[in-house]
Structure formats: structure tokens, C-alpha cells
Design a protein around this ligand. Structure first.
Ligand SMILES: [Zn+2]
Length: 535
């Protein structure tokens, strides 16, 4: 059976629109005027009248954490809490609504949003006020800083003598554990919480998948696998795909900070091609070089302008990064490295240049976030063909702090997404959900206006870095596909491409810019079949 979409405003690719297209066996078959497509109509064809609606290729979120998004949707939500008291209160409410829980995993706090005079970090003692019987871990919105109650610290085995490479364990002024930990130590703290059953994990994952489909995302590049337990996570995600219950195209970004774990992965069955298909792919090695700007754990080349005592945190030393990247290169696996500060970006570029030795970057190694950059680094990204997975929506918060954190001069060449795009860099867009909501329209709004959701600052932050709507859609679709080597079949609506598309409730290309974030998806189609329909 064929499906004919007619009378629409269909964005085929950058600079090109048509009224109609036909779909056959999951692929776009032909595009053209309504008249020309209807002329090919056969009796059994399904015809959909778009009534002037705008259609885009489905979005491809080039970096998020789908399973964590599912967890965040069901766990204690701390987003927008304006005080430590409120964080404590939310924990108590969560516990009274979920009496059987054997621990609380809260997410989303940010001390910069506190309305209290004192913007101190929450402490172990604060969380003990919720409960001292069960472990409680509250992760900061960035996921790079967390605080545990006394029980969580005990169960994680963190004492005053514990040392965790690539992470810190903070103390209060009296020298006692404050409960706050950063980077690699957050994962150790989170392990104090009991593991969910496989069934519960699968259902959270599917819930998140359906959620992103409702937002118009048809492909994700998702980091859900990490560390030594990788096999289990790979297995249950593969099961979800074998059960064919989630029509969302998925590509792994697996995180191994330790070379032993990566070696074990390379020796495992996962490399035997057993699970590369149209919906499920192995993907890239994801590494972390640093932390977050908000938490002052992003690695800068110079001390923080607003805290000269620190330059940030190095989650991987240069020699470890080099060893992991070399092994990935030798094994034909792309590497993408989380780098937010210019110190981290510098180290990652140096490493990639070392590994490539002047050869072309055919594996499309890339940088996730790539926020604080120098002019020289931007040039090296372009000339080296280094991929960038950007999150414009981070500006909503970061535009308020970036100058304070890194100083005026460095801020000028940071978040330079349009510069990269215009110079032909392989820049794709994602949300890093659940760090931000996975909503693509808020992200496009940020890319296009460079303003926060309240319209600040007027004219946009560094206005020359504003992208056009077509460019940001291109980065969110075609460039995302390119980032995963699928640009010949995904990310455009041309003949031969996947019929992964979305129908919008308004014309994103002509509406008032302030309205972009409100855009909703009416229909999501994946391989020409309806995967979501608004009620
Ligand atoms: Zn991430």
C-alpha cells in the first residue's frame, strides 16, 4: 500500500519545499505538486489531506539519555525548586506518595535558581531530614554533582578516606563529609540505590520513547550504557527492539571511562553485528572529559572568573583519553567526548589530532556540548572535520552565567553554533534530556533567537550566532543523520529516504519567533506508519 500526503507545506531539505509526497514501503517514493502526486494514485492508496499544514522530517536528537529521561519522568522531580527547604519538602511528598520505595533518586536541582539569600549546596544533613532509613540521592540538573543522605553515603561505601579517580568527595568546613560528590563519584553514590527490575527499566524506557515520539523525534542517539554492567543494559534495550514495541530509531552512545571496560565490550558479542538494523544500532564510544559550567566542573584553560580557586574537574586524564581514543580508532568505532570548558575542548582536539595523524576524520569523531571555545578551537573543529553535538537550549540558563564564569573575552567565541554551521562543520542538535526536556521546539527557539524563554536578552545573546529556522531544522534532522552515517537515507524527505516525518500544528517557518516553543506535533510517522497522533 502507498500513502499519499497532499496539500501541505513539506520541508524536503534546506531551501526546498513541496506540496505533496508519496510513501511506499516505509520510504519516500516521490515528491511534487499535489496534482502530480495525485496523478499517480491507485485505488488502494491511502490519501491524507494535510490542509496546508507544515511537515518536517522527524527530528533526530543527537545526544540524550533516553532511559534516564524515563527515570526522571517517574522519579522525584526537583526541577525549579527555589530553596533547599523546597527540595526537602518534595522528597517528603514523594515518599508519602511512594511508601514502598526503598530509596529516592531525585533529579533536577540547581542552586542558582534558589531564591534564598544563601545559595549553598544541599547537604547530607538536609537529606537526612527526609529519611535516614533509606538511601536518598539528589542529582543536580547537570548530572555532574550529587548529594546523598547519610544512609546513601554508607551504602555507597564512601567514607572520609575514599578516593575516586576523576571525581571529588566534598567536605564541610569542619572537615566532615558534606554528602556532595562530583563527576565519577556521583555514579558511585547512585549505586547506593537498589537496582530496578529489568521489566521496570524496559517500561520506563518505552515510556520515554513514546514521549519523544509525541514531540516529533523519530531518531535518538542515546547514552544509556555505561561501565562494567554494560552487557545487561545492552541486553534489555535489545529486547525492547526485538519486541518491536517502540517505533523510535535508536543508536547507542556507550560510555566507558575505563579502558578495561571498553576492551571487554570489544571482546563481547556486541561487535558481531547481531543488532544493527534499521531501528537499532551500536553507535559511538561516549567519553567525558569534564563536567558542567553551572557546577563549575567544566574544565577551563584558566581559573574561573568567579572562583579563581578552580579550573574545573578533569573526568579523564589526557593519557587515558588518548588510550581510549586510539583503541576506538583502531577498532573502527567513532568517539564522541563530552567537553564543555575550553580546557576540555583543547584536550579533546589535541587527542583527536594525535589519533588521526593528519588523516581525514572518516569515523566522524566528535565533541558533545562544545560550549566554551576559543577562535582557534573553532577553526580546528572545522578544518579537522570534527562533529559537534550541540544543545542550544542550554543557553536558556547559561546565557545568564557564562560571562561571570569565563569572562567577557572567552564568552565572545563560545556557544558559537552558527559560526560552526556556516563554516560547514558537522553540527547536529540535541537536548541531553533529561538535563533539559527533550522538546525540540524549545531547542529550535534557543538556536534561532538566542534568548531565554522570557525573551531575554532582547535581540539575542551574541546575535551573530543566531541560526535561521531552516538551518536549525537542518541541523536537527539531516546533520543528525550524518552524525550517524545515515545521511543518504535519513533526515530529508527526498525519494529514497525513510518516511519519518511530522505534521505540525503551525507553520514554524512563518510564525512569530516567540511562538516557536509552543509548536506541537499533530502526527509523527516512522517508516510511513503513524507512531503518534495527537488526540
Ligand atoms: Zn549527556
Amino acid at each position: 500500500m502507498r500513502t499519499l500526503l497532499m496539500n501541505g507545506k513539506i520541508y524536503l531539505e534546506k531551501g526546498r519545499f513541496e506540496e505533496a509526497l508519496s510513501i511506499k514501503e516505509g520510504f519516500v517514493e516521490a515528491v511534487g505538486s499535489t496534482e502530480s502526486i495525485l496523478a499517480t494514485r491507485r485505488p488502494q492508496d491511502e490519501v491524507v489531506d494535510l490542509r496546508g499544514k507544515t511537515v518536517l522530517p522527524g527530528f533526530n536528537d543527537s545526544h540524550l539519555h533516553l532511559f534516564l529521561l524515563g527515570e526522571a519522568m517517574t522519579s522525584c522531580n526537583l526541577n525549579g525548586a527555589v530553596s533547599i527547604d523546597e527540595m526537602i519538602e518534595r522528597g517528603k511528598v514523594y515518599l508519602s506518595n511512594n511508601k514502598k520505595e526503598k530509596g529516592i533518586h531525585g533529579r533536577g536541582w540547581n542552586q542558582d535558581f534558589f531564591k534564598t539569600v544563601d545559595k549553598r549546596l544541599p547537604s547530607r544533613e538536609d537529606l537526612d531530614l527526609i529519611s535516614s532509613d533509606i538511601p536518598i540521592v539528589y542529582e543536580r540538573v547537570c548530572g555532574h554533582v550529587a548529594v546523598g543522605n547519610t544512609r546513601a553515603m554508607e551504602l555507597a561505601g564512601i567514607t572520609e578516606d575514599t578516593k575516586i579517580p576523576g571525581g571529588t568527595i566534598e567536605r564541610n568546613p569542619e572537615g566532615i563529609l558534606s554528602g556532595v560528590v562530583t563527576e565519577n563519584a556521583t555514579q558511585v553514590l547512585v549505586k547506593s540505590l537498589s537496582q530496578k527490575s529489568k521489566q521496570a527499566k524496559k517500561s520506563q524506557f518505552i515510556q520515554a520513547g513514546k514521549y519523544v515520539l509525541s514531540q516529533g523525534i523519530t531518531s535518538v542517539q542515546s547514552c544509556d550504557v555505561s561501565g562494567e554492567d554494560f552487557q545487561k543494559t545492552f541486553d534489555w534495550i535489545r529486547e525492547v527492539y526485538e519486541e518491536r514495541v517502540l517505533p523510535l530509531r535508536y543508536r547507542h552512545q556507550f560510555n566507558f571511562q575505563r579502558i578495561e571496560d571498553f576492551r571487554r565490550y570489544l571482546e563481547s558479542e556486541h561487535l558481531n553485528g547481531r543488532y544493527d538494523d534499521e531501528f537499532y544500532q551500536k553507535g559511538s564510544l561516549k567519553l567525558f572529559k569534564d563536567g558542567s559550567l553551572g557546577g563549575r566542573t567544566a574544565l577551563l584553560s584558566k581559573p574561573y572568573a568567579d572562583d579563581p580557586a578552580t579550573k574545573g574537574v578533569e573526568a579523564l586524564k589526557d593519557d587515558e583519553l588518548q588510550e581510549l581514543c586510539q583503541l576506538a580508532q583502531d577498532s573502527g568505532i567513532p568517539v564522541i567526548t563530552h567537553a564543555i570548558g575550553d580546557g576540555a575542548v583543547e584536550s579533546v582536539l589535541n587527542t583527536y589530532e594525535n589519533v588521526l595523524q593528519g588523516k581525514s576524520n572518516f569515523l566522524r569523531h566528535g565533541i558533545v556540548h562544545n560550549q566554551i571555545t576559543t577562535k582557534n578551537q573553532l577553526e580546528r573543529i572545522v578544518s579537522g572535520g570534527i562533529a559537534v553535538m550541540a544543545q542550544p537550549v542550554f543557553l536558556d540558563y547559561d546565557l545568564h552565567i557564562v560571562k561571570k564564569r569565563v569572562g567577557e573575552e572567552l564568552a565572545k567565541t563560545s556557544y558559537a553554533f552558527n559560526t560552526l554551521y556556516q563554516q560547514g562543520a558537522l553540527i547536529s542538535i540535541g537536548t541531553d534530556a533529561p538535563v533539559e526536556d527533550s522538546n525540540p521546539f524549545r531547542n529550535i527557539y534557543a538556536a534561532v533567537t538566542r534568548m531565554d524563554q522570557n525573551g531575554y536578552p532582547e535581540g539575542g545573546y551574541l546575535p551573530k550566532e543566531r541560526m535561521t529556522i531552516e538551518e536549525s531544522v537542518d541541523a536537527y534532522t539531516y546533520q543528525g543523520a550524518k552524525n550517524q552515517f545515515q545521511e543518504k537515507i535519513k533526515g530529508k524527505l527526498l525519494p529514497g529516504y525513510y518516511a519519518d516525518l511530522i505534521v505540525l500544528d503551525r507553520d514554524i517557518f512563518t510564525i512569530n519567533l516567540s511562538e516557536i516553543s509552543e509548536t506541537q506535533v499533530e502526527i509523527t510517522m516512522v517508516e510511513g506508519k503513524v507512531a503518534y497522533m495527537k488526540e
